[in-house]
Design a binder for this molecule. Sequence first.
Ligand code: HEC
Length: 149
Amino acid sequence: MFLAASGVALVISLATLILLGGESGSARAEANAVTFPPIEEFEHYTTVERGASTEHMMTSREALAALKAGTSVPVGTHMVLVDYREGKVFRYFVSQKIGDGADEWAFQWFHPDRSIKVDENTARCFSCHRSRADSQFMFTLPEAQAFGS
Ligand code: HEC
């Protein structure tokens, strides 16, 4: 009887641990609001060669128009870095505007099959991109603004 009860208690505390683990990892991939973008509809506005990577930067036409006009991109906007290695998609880096505030951006790493890389600490993406808070969290804002002109 006692053993059974402590077994239950153990199961409950394990479940609590797992739940708490999920909570404290809210900056991590699995608890994140970023959705996979509709890249088939996006414009490829610039390419960056970085070592073995060929990075195609993509976003929506609406976002490009807003960037050109110097206004905030619409809430929900995705920025995409498609990382190609040896001609094949190696991964997708995605940022998404998730609210009206200037720093309301979230980040995600997707595998080629578009599943989330669950062990990625996306807080790292955010902290580096935050240095571009005055440029809508983008490193390639000038290229996006120059696209098509
Ligand atoms: C140490 C700094 C740093 C970190 C960490 C970082 N990035 Fe970036 N990111 C850059 C730079 C610099 C560029 C411009 C392209 C280049 O130079 O390769 C860029 C470009 C991008 C772009 C294209 C739009 C833009 O901002 O120009 C996206 C989308 C992106 N990163 C998403 C991510 C995601 C998702 C992560 C985490 C999984 C991440 N980044 C981590 C520096 C960083």
